[in-house]
Design a protein around this ligand. Structure first.
Ligand SMILES: [Zn+2]
Length: 256
């Protein structure tokens, strides 16, 4: 079994939900919109693409009232191109993109990588283009518009991206039809990055699906599969939007 060389969690844009503030007070932690970068001998992998880079500095202008309601903080220093530059890479160095799903807070910068292979779970694109009404607020068709020339590859199951076990996309549908987690094996530790397969540590421990999941039965089955992957791989599950997981795994910076 091979290992990925390094992984970075990039300093992310954040938000604060009013419900959480009401529960925890003004001191409630900000919730990250994480983007991860994985360096493998055969290429650079981006897992998730965060918010639309065209709206950095003015999220309310780009996303409207919702951005104000959930207090989005999205500045130029959060941009993926800024992070790549800081780490000595360019956009062109990213050869593989894995989209956990196509909600606006994960898919905004996919359009920056038309030269890369972009993996998306089976059924995700079709659903994102015609979502049910209750789920429609999280999808923005401009994020995955054909004019961006994104080179989609749909995965109907798990996929070992480099054939050596170092980086594996895990198809865990329910939050959306094509939700993908990512198992990353580093030399010193391994992670399963969840995307939105689960939103909080408490929900994972109690096996509670999220109210906005498209298919609650599939979502709960995916939580059980995630726990199975966690045991089988001895990896640590890193829940994307959980601020305590962000702290637990050291937040932004390099992991080996
Ligand atoms: Zn989502």
């Amino acid at each position: 079994m091979s290992r990925a060389a390094r992984m970075w969690a990039l300093e992310p844009a954040t938000y604060q939900s009013p419900a959480q503030v009401a529960l925890l007070g003004e001191g409630a932690p900000r919730i990250p919109f994480p983007i991860y970068l994985v360096e493998h001998a055969d290429g650079l992998v981006l897992y998730d693409a965060g918010l639309d880079p065209d709206h950095a500095g003015d999220p309310v202008g780009g996303y409207g009232e919702m951005a104000e309601r959930i207090r989005i903080d999205f500045r130029h220093e959060h941009l993926v191109e800024h992070h790549l530059d800081r780490l000595g890479f360019t956009l062109a160095d990213v050869t593989t993109v894995v989209a956990s799903h196509l909600h606006f807070d994960h898919a905004g910068a996919l359009k920056r990588f038309p030269h890369a292979t972009t993996y998306v779970g089976a059924g995700e694109l079709e659903y994102a283009r015609a979502p049910e009404r209750f789920a429609s607020t999280w999808f923005r068709t401009e994020d995955f518009d054909d004019r961006h020339g994104i080179a989609w590859t749909e995965l109907s199951g798990d996929r070992d991206l480099f054939g050596d076990g170092a980086v594996t996309a895990l198809h865990l549908p329910g939050h959306t039809p094509g939700s993908l987690a990512l198992l990353v094996r580093l030399r010193g530790q391994s992670f399963i990055l969840t995307g939105d397969v689960v939103h909080t540590r408490g929900a994972y421990d109690a096996e509670i699906h999220y109210h906005g999941d498209v298919d609650s039965v599939a979502a709960r089955a995916s939580l059980r599969r995630l726990a199975h992957h966690e045991r089988a791989s001895a990896a640590q599950v890193w829940i994307a939007h959980d601020p305590e997981d962000w702290e637990r795994y050291g937040g932004a910076g390099e992991k080996r």
